[in-house]
Design a protein around this ligand. Structure first.
Ligand SMILES: Nc1ncnc2c1ncn2[C@@H]1O[C@H](COP(=O)(O)OP(=O)(O)O)[C@@H](O)[C@H]1O
Ligand SMILES: [Mg+2]
Length: 349
């Protein structure tokens, strides 16, 4: 019985601490008085500064996205860590994205698949210390996924969707492939995208959820998506609410071969520089064909790294290609033949 009481009162105190922590500033420590005992809590400064080894590369110190605010402990695990470096040739993507978030709370990324839009979003979240809420939009995405739903019977059993959680608790909402979202779902989101917007949970007694002051949004779009033809271009209301658009492209494409990309491949896999150069050339040509609609997919540097790993392991380049980029591009025998011939033409010279 005694034991039980102790647990119950501890539980109560824990809730109070959590509540207070949510509003604590970075330097604050505070005390709670419960009967005769006093509990002192100091808020750790653990995530005040990003731990990213890439932080020094970027000129972002003046853009604090949550001044004086630490996200509650329960969201710390949603703040990315260990995001690999992002390679570009001077486009300053990271700075431009963080600047857009700082001034406008949201920005849009446009570029073909595999150009690192998701990667850079996680890097931005890590550098700025924001928890990430990620939604991969497709035609199956329903408003239940985004907004929430009742599970089972009874009014207590409401579960917030990603967007609702983001609005309540802040952080970075990433809507991947936002142009693939169904129109009715996009329409539901429109009022939320106003920077001081709010969401009305019509499903849940019209509860009004307002946008947390540190709720940031990044949307991504792929203009070359094979399915794009079947969907409407980004909803106009959505488009108007995005103040900054950042265009992404492959580092190497067609005749343009980026030394940076070759170096990244070598650094990540230890292949020799001739092999690295050839792999990037194959990738660049495949990407060109993807952009002109001749191939259904253009390989990312991540995909090319997989190919290189197998070569480094001892596989010859052609059979390593079979297991990676040939199979990855399509399951059509014809398309696979095209990729195979391209690999052969570059590796046999
Ligand atoms: N510029 C880059 N620097 C480092 N890695 C990259 C870069 N671009 C793409 N990648 C890698 O390529 C893969 C695909 O990137 P991803 O972010 O998923 O592309 P997207 O979201 O644009 O389709 C990932 O493994 C990612 O780490
Ligand atoms: Mg992506």
């Amino acid at each position: 019985m005694k034991q039980e009481q102790k647990t119950a009162s501890l539980g109560y105190a824990t809730d109070a601490i959590k509540g207070a922590a949510q509003y604590a500033t970075k330097t604050e420590s505070f005390s709670l008085k419960r009967g005769n005992s006093k509990i002192t809590v100091s808020i750790s400064k653990r995530r005040e500064m990003s731990q990213s080894p890439h932080l020094h590369k970027y000129d972002i110190a003046k853009y604090d996205l949550h001044p004086g605010y630490i996200f509650p402990e329960s969201f710390q695990s949603l703040i990315p860590s260990g995001t690999p470096e992002y390679v570009d040739s001077g486009q300053r993507y990271v700075e431009r994205m963080i600047r857009a978030l700082y001034y406008f709370k949201q920005c849009a990324l446009i570029g073909p698949s595999g150009t690192g839009k998701t990667h850079i979003t996680y890097l931005v979240a890590e550098l700025t210390g924001l928890p990430v809420w990620e939604v991969n939009c497709d035609l199956q995405t329903s408003s239940y996924d985004l907004i929430g739903r009742f599970i089972g019977l009874g009014k207590e059993n409401w579960v917030d969707g990603q967007v609702t959680s983001w609005l309540r608790f802040g952080g970075l909402l990433y809507l991947d492939e936002a142009n693939m979202m169904k129109q009715d779902v996009a329409t539901r989101l429109n009022p939320v995208l106003d920077t001081r917007g709010h969401l009305v949970l019509t499903e849940k007694d019209n509860e009004i959820v307002s946008r947390h002051p540190y709720a940031y949004l990044i949307i991504s779009m792929n203009p070359f998506s094979a399915e794009f033809a079947g969907t409407k271009p980004l909803n106009a209301a959505f488009r108007r609410r995005m103040s900054v658009w950042v265009n992404f492209d492959y580092e190497s494409v067609g005749e343009k071969i980026s030394q940076q990309e070759i170096n990244l491949l070598i650094k990540r896999t230890n292949v020799d520089s001739d092999t690295a150069y050839k792999i990037i050339r194959v990738g660049a040509e495949m990407r060109r064909q993807y952009k002109t609609g001749d191939l259904p997919y253009g390989p990312s540097i991540g995909d090319l790294i997989h190919w290189a790993v197998l070569i480094k392991d001892g596989s010859d380049p052609l059979s390593a290609a079979e297991e990676t980029i040939v199979a990855l591009t399509s399951d059509s025998v014809e398309v696979q033949g095209d990729v195979r011939r391209l690999v052969e033409s570059i590796f046999k010279t």
